[in-house]
Ligand binder design. Structure first.
Ligand SMILES: [Zn+2]
Length: 426
């Protein structure tokens, strides 16, 4: 499927609407693996680029979703039936859902749909709106907010990082580092990052305890080229946009980091959605994030990368099923987030190492943050999808962003408590 999409993307032309990749007739199937044999079958199927596995957890009984093109559906269903995997079709026509979402999202002519200096969560905001919001915050709250560019994307969009402080002027505080949107199609992730920014800046009084001894540095859209492309051309675009071959563009940013790069569950085929890149750090976006991480060496205590979907709080390692030395600490902190969310909204999050609960994957920013940038507590949060589509419907964005904030806040409070104790002991 990705080869086909890439060809469409490379060869076509001027009319943006006409070029929007159609998923007409594509179905989304949902099922679970109940034993090792079924799991193996599914892992084999996932190797086939014809099937787009949105999720493939390794824990039996958790939902798995796959998008399948019309021509491949019969064979796919037969394979499931042969393996006695009971499935349901959660979306009969993914193309129609994409079209509905696209129309709704473009109904707001100015996107922002809010007063200057704030931002609304009733649409998925575009790059220009996000940029304008960040710049307005830096002007309105100049004593507490600074917006910098940490580099340019391949298509020369600035990669913005917002530094949020309590304005007391104390330098070199501990840092909480966040990014979102390395996977372009996971639109709820940048939305949730913007919500965190809004809470820390516009709702400062209620959250000042989170900024007393910590600065927050947030990159709400680390892959803006891919994100814009997923809005204008192909809803399921995941990668960056730098061309690789004459047929295929883009690298999976979250397989492009130089730690066990290219080893496991990544692809060396340029057309694949998990292409690890022509070399480690081949992409300007991952280089910028790497440099930001290293510039915060010793200060950054917590790194959080936002993704979707599937309700997971994940920690290293991705490249092996072994666990890092301090996994108990990280696990404890992650569970504080999961518990806070469960208490607030009833949503269940699964907590564990990437490789053990979701799937092995090497070259990710999570492993790099711990192993190379020495950030002691790194996590990935896979946000819920709230329905049939890849991302929550527009009406659910704010609700989910709020729920995510509850979890992040609880995790941050736990981090602050933990390192206060460590500092006191030293
Ligand atoms: Zn992702």
């Amino acid at each position: 499927m990705f080869l086909k999409l890439a060809v469409i993307a490379t060869l076509c032309c001027t009319n943006a609407l006409a070029n929007f990749t159609s998923y007409e007739g594509y179905k989304v199937y949902e099922f679970t693996a109940e034993n090792t044999t079924q799991q193996k079958t599914l892992e084999n199927l996932a190797q086939n680029n014809a099937y787009d596995f949105f999720t493939l957890p390794r824990i039996f009984g958790l939902p798995i979703r796959v998008l399948v093109a019309p021509a491949d559906q019969l064979q796919f269903q037969q394979t499931l039936e042969t393996s006695q995997i009971a499935y349901t079709t959660v979306n009969e026509n993914f193309g129609q859902s994409v079209e509905v979402e696209r129309k709704l999202n473009s109904m707001y002519p100015k996107q922002r749909n809010s007063a200057p200096g704030s931002i609304s969560f009733n649409v998925y905001q575009r790059y220009d709106a996000i940029t304008a919001y960040l710049e307005e915050l830096s002007k309105t709250y100049s004593s507490r907010v600074k917006v910098t560019s940490i580099g340019d994307s391949y298509e020369k969009r600035q990669l913005h990082a917002i530094t949020i402080t309590n304005g007391d002027g104390v330098a070199n505080k501990n840092v909480i580092l966040m990014d979102a949107g390395i996977h372009a199609r996971e639109w709820i992730a940048p939305a949730a990052a913007l919500y965190v920014i809004q809470q820390l800046v516009e709702n400062y009084e209620q959250n000042s305890h989170l900024l007393a001894n910590y600065d927050w540095i947030i990159v709400p859209l680390i892959n803006p080229d891919g994100y814009e492309y997923s809005h204008t051309r192909d809803r399921l675009w995941r990668k960056t946009r730098k061309p690789v071959t004459i047929f295929c563009d883009g690298t999976d940013g979250n397989r492009n980091f130089d730690f066990h790069w290219g080893e496991i569950a990544t692809s060396s085929h340029a057309c694949a959605s998990t292409f690890s890149g022509s070399s480690a750090f081949s992409e300007p976006e991952t280089q910028a994030l790497r440099d930001l991480m290293h510039s915060l060496s010793g200060r950054a205590k917590f790194y959080l990368s936002l993704h979707s979907f599937g309700n997971y709080l994940l920690y290293p390692w991705g490249y092996t099923s072994e666990l890092p030395e301090n996994w108990r600490d990280i696990d404890d902190i992650a569970r504080a987030g999961a518990t806070a969310i469960k208490t607030a909204t009833g949503t269940d999050y699964t907590v564990g190492s990437t490789s053990n609960v979701l799937y092995p994957a090497s070259g990710g920013s999570l492993d790099y943050a711990l192993a190379k940038a020495k950030i002691p507590v790194p996590m990935v949060m896979e946000l819920p999808s709230a329905g049939q589509q890849f991302d929550p419907p527009l009406s659910k964005i704010e609700e989910l962003a709020f729920e995510t904030w509850i979890g992040i806040k609880a995790i941050a409070e736990k981090i602050i408590e933990k390192y206060k104790l460590v500092d006191e002991e030293n």
